[in-house]
Design a protein around this ligand. Structure first.
Ligand code: GAR
Length: 207
């Protein structure tokens, strides 16, 4: 552990929020190395919002349709997060692509989780893509966010076998269990300053 103050974590969600819950649970157990201070959703109906509120974390809604342009929407997101003193951001099922405006506000400090072994199967329905392609192994990836979709430097991955009887639902559920394990761990590594990025390579110190 370093003597530095724990980063203040903002979590962006759009839907169910099971990764967000895993992150909040890790924080409650003192295993996150960061303090979740705000959950922001672009979707006012997201079940994640009530789950966050139940755990005593502040929530906010920023809807894309309330802004004339993508960059105004991003500025509004940044304002919410900065207003809460956020200095580390985790996308947890946030189904929008963030651009330069947002990333410039948190350089090298935005993480995402994706349900495939990137660079395979970026974008929507990654588990369905894996099944349809016929891969024997899939999994999940935590990576830094850059301006391309599901693309930035990789912090952690977990492999999950694809079984003959798998459906999109069963494969998704097995991958999700691994998501819930590696996302809090990746956040902790970054929060504790144990991650160094050189180009696409991510070095993990003192493991
Ligand atoms: C998760 O499987 C996450 O990996 C995926 O959306 C789901 C959200 O579930 N994200 C993406 O596909 C991003 N490209 P959750 O709301 O229960 O965490």
């Amino acid at each position: 552990m370093t003597a530095e103050k724990a980063p203040r974590l903002g979590i962006l969600v759009s839907g169910r929020g099971s990764n967000m819950e895993a992150i909040l649970q890790a924080a409650a157990l003192g295993r996150l190395g960061a303090t979740p201070v705000l959950v922001v959703s672009d979707n006012p109906q997201a079940p994640a919002l009530a789950k966050a509120a139940q755990r005593g974390v502040a929530i906010a809604v920023v809807r894309r349709r309330d802004y004339a342009s993508a960059s105004e929407f991003e500025r509004a997101l940044v304002a919410e997060l900065k207003g809460a003193g956020v200095d580390l951001v985790a996308l947890a099922g946030f189904m929008r692509v963030l651009g330069r405006e947002f990333l410039a506000a948190f350089p090298g400090r935005v993480l995402n989780i994706h349900p495939s072994l990137l660079p395979s199967f970026p974008g929507l329905h990654a588990q369905r893509q894996a099944l349809e392609y016929g891969v024997r192994v899939s999994g999940c990836t935590v990576h830094f966010v850059d301006e391309q979709v599901d693309h930035g430097p990789i912090v952690l991955q977990a492999a999950v076998p694809v079984l003959p009887a798998d459906t999109e639902e069963t494969l998704s559920a097995r991958i999700l269990a691994e998501e819930h394990r590696i996302y809090p761990e990746a956040i902790r590594l970054v929060a504790e300053g144990r991650v160094r990025v050189e180009g696409r390579r991510v070095w993990i110190l003192d493991r």
